[in-house]
Write a protein that binds this ligand. Structure first.
Ligand SMILES: O=C(O)[C@H](O)[C@@H](O)[C@H](O)[C@H](O)COP(=O)(O)O
Length: 261
């Protein structure tokens, strides 16, 4: 059974992104100090990319040893390499191209014009195999023991490309699946499943903006994971909801103490 998420509410989306970036720097530095490397799962979308851009501009950015960081993705829009709508493209623009990562440790999800062509199922299976090959003794569910897995929360409570009531959110065995007919364009995607997400040590849910207030309230209301996938996204040791005040505006005020006035 999951422990309830810890809520951290910041004044606005920019401060939330900056505070989350500082939190991520500390998390990575601590993991590298204790285990020699760190493993982080990125998310797409405005909040996910906003955090990466804040990390790029953070004064403490280079406290991270970028050469000892493994980056994975929680989901990807199944598009050709370099397509501006790919989460990978946007992450490279926001941060990745500005820091000295080891290219072998940047694990992008397959493109729709790569080795698997337009076969999203084959591409998903290949990413699952890559995750399994990287899993170690502390792993669960056939994926690496991610230190932090980040997820933007959609206005319909989707996370990654797990949309309410669609088949992918019901997956209990596979770690990566293809998604067709996604309500958020583009329709074809590749996504980690809830078993893979829940193998992470920490899951950080990111939500900022008025358009997320209802989704945040539903997620914390006890809704089921098929109806509200964000409710099924929790970490093995910690789950954080990193919000701005507008995204928290539908929550009872006694549920959290604002982190920044
Ligand atoms: O491929 C994607 O679109 C993202 O991975 C998706 O899960 C995103 O994180 C949410 O839709 C929130 O997006 P915003 O932060 O832009 O609202």
């Amino acid at each position: 059974m999951s422990t309830p998420p810890q809520l951290v509410v910041h004044r606005d989306k920019d401060l939330m992104a900056q505070a989350a970036a500082a939190r991520l720097i500390t998390k990575i530095v601590d993991a590298q100090a204790s285990a020699g490397s760190a493993s982080v799962v990125l998310t797409g979308g405005r909040n996910g990319n906003g955090l990466l851009a804040a990390l790029r501009d953070a004064p403490a950015r280079d406290a991270v040893d970028w050469s000892r960081l493994d980056l994975w993705w929680g989901d990807e829009r199944f598009l050709p390499a370099g397509d501006p709508e790919r989460n990978e493209t946007q992450a490279r623009e926001a941060l990745l191209d500005a820091v000295p990562l080891d290219p072998k440790r940047v694990h992008a999800m397959p493109t729709s014009n790569g080795p698997y062509g337009d076969d999203a199922e084959a591409a998903a299976a290949a990413y699952a195999a890559e995750l399994a090959a990287a899993a170690g003794p502390e792993s669960h569910a056939g994926v690496p023991a991610f230190d932090v897995l980040m997820l933007g929360v959609g206005p319909d409570t989707h996370v990654a490309s797990l949309f309410p009531e669609l088949p992918a959110v019901r997956e209990t065995e596979r770690t990566v699946v293809a998604v067709h007919g996604a309500p958020k364009p583009p329709p074809t995607r590749i996504t980690l499943t809830l078993p893979a997400i829940r193998a992470a040590r920490e899951v950080w849910l990111l939500a900022a903006g008025e358009d997320k207030a209802e989704a945040v309230a539903i997620t914390l209301s006890g809704a089921g994971e098929v109806q509200a996938p964000a409710a099924g996204a929790y970490g093995r040791s910690r789950t954080l909801m990193l919000l701005d005040s507008t995204a928290a505006s539908r929550l009872p005020r006694d549920l959290y103490a604002p982190a920044s006035p």
